[in-house]
Design a protein around this ligand. Structure first.
Ligand SMILES: [Zn+2]
Length: 300
């Protein structure tokens, strides 16, 4: 199953990242002007098309394609998808727009983070013509027809070019990666703090600001719908602070990325009460540790 109806107007699309269900999601808001929020890795674009079909939306009907930020698991397939979506306008935070138009630097830095092999599996994003992109700044409203609308809020911290989105009528919030990773079937949440621009102060300020919209539920890209809104926000803040402190100690002790990642993996395993972590969770933990170390290198 590629699409799951999660409320009257909203479908969660599973992009089956690297063939794996329940890891990278996108959300479709199905009003008179359908909006697709996030779209997975470049290599996931066919899953997104299948999800749209299951939700009863033709690619040509999509009016807005909104990557919450330019990371490959959110915007990777955008360039490929808009070729199938002649009526879609891409909306993105202004700081991310240059990377959508010319993904060269993004591909370079992602290759540095993930390595050639994993990058091959994720796929490289295609450039998006500038005339198809509308940049948004601190806050923007979007009318989706029939009294349906959304508010896009700049949400830096995980990345400077990130937005979260509130559906104005239901107060459901598409969090992007402002909150931690909570895979289905895994009890633990863990922070998503990747290089090159993770900033804990901004991330915590973002949570305070998006919280003011009083969301009723969270539509989380990694992964699924959460009704325990306060817990997700509180736990994200707590763990971001805790991980930065823990990794700082390891970093001061000149520990390697691999060793530090193993230690943080064990933390997640203990918290989740499981035996081991699936490979995609290990990659996410490692990326978060790398992001914190990069932040420490730059600031301390
Ligand atoms: Zn992500």
């Amino acid at each position: 199953m590629y699409a799951t109806k999660v409320s009257e107007r909203v479908y969660m699309l599973d992009t089956y990242a690297l063939g794996q269900p329940g890891t990278v999601g996108a959300y479709l808001v199905k009003g008179p002007k359908p909006a697709l929020v996030d779209c997975g890795y470049a290599t996931s674009y066919e899953s997104v098309l299948k999800g749209l079909a299951e939700a009863g939306v033709m690619p040509s009907e999509v009016r807005y394609l909104i990557p919450t930020h330019v990371h490959l698991d959110h915007a990777g397939a955008a360039g490929r998808l808009i070729r199938e979506m002649p009526n879609a306008e891409v909306i993105a935070q202004e700081r991310g727009v240059p990377h959508l138009i010319d993904p060269t630097r993004l591909i370079e830095s992602s290759t540095k983070v993930f390595g050639e092999m994993i990058m091959g599996l994720y796929g490289s994003p295609e450039p998006i013509p500038a005339e198809r992109i509308t940049p948004v700044g601190k806050e923007a409203h979007l009318d989706l027809g029939a009294g349906l609308s959304m508010t896009m809020i700049h949400s830096p911290g995980h990345a400077p070019h990130q937005i979260s989105i509130v559906l104005d009528q239901t107060k459901a919030m598409l969090t992007a990666d402002a909150v931690g990773i909570v895979y289905p079937g895994m009890k633990a949440l863990f922070p998503t703090t990747p290089p090159p621009s993770f900033n804990p102060t901004e991330l915590i300020a973002t949570i305070a600001s998006i919280r003011q919209t009083k969301p009723t539920e969270l539509l989380v890209p990694h992964f699924g719908v959460r009704n325990d809104v306060d817990w997700v926000f509180d736990r994200t803040i707590e763990l971001v602070q805790q991980w930065v402190e823990q990794v700082k100690t390891l970093w001061k002790g000149k520990m390697s990325l691999d060793e530090a990642s193993e230690i943080m993996e064990r933390e997640v395993v203990r918290d989740a009460g499981t035996e081991d972590l699936p490979i995609y969770a290990k990659v996410s933990v490692r990326t978060s540790v790398m992001g914190i170390m990069h932040y420490l290198d730059k600031n301390f």
